[in-house]
Design a protein around this ligand. Sequence first.
Ligand SMILES: [Zn+2]
Length: 156
Amino acid sequence: YRWPTRRLKIYMETQDKPLQAAFRRAVKAWNRTGAVHISWCRDKDRADIIAQDGSLSNTAPSTNVGYVSSQLGSTSTEYNPDTHALIQAQSTLDAGSLDYANLNFRTEVAEHELGHALGLAHAPEYMHSVMIPRNVKTGITKEDRTTVRLLYGVHQ
Ligand SMILES: [Zn+2]
C-alpha cells in the first residue's frame, strides 16, 4: 500500500500544542528520508492525511492499526482494494497519554503513526525501526529510510 504520488498534503486537526509539535517534527523527519514530500495544508477537504488527537481507549482494534495495546496512537487508512493505492489516512495521537511524555518520545510515536499513514506496516521486533509494534524505542532509522524509499521507488 502506498500513495500514488510522493507529494502529500497533511491537515492539522488537533489543537493540542504538544501533539502539534510532535506531528510537525515527524513530518520533517519523513521528508528528510527523501521518499516523500509532505506539506501542511489549511484545507481539510484537500488533505491526504489528517493529524488528529483522540482518546484511544474506546477504539475498536479491528478498524485500526498501530498502538492498540498501548493506546498511544493509531492510524486508519482508506485504500483502493484493486490498486492498493491509499486514498485517505488519519493518524491519531492520545493527548492524555502523550502530553506528559517528553518531546522526543512523542515525536517517535508521531513518526510511527505517520509511517502507517505512508503505507508502512509493522517491522519485526528484532529490527532497528520506528515501525516495530507497541513501544517505540527509536525514531526513523536508516532501515526505515531504505524501506520507505523502496516503497516509493526512489533510488538509494
Ligand atoms: Zn503501529
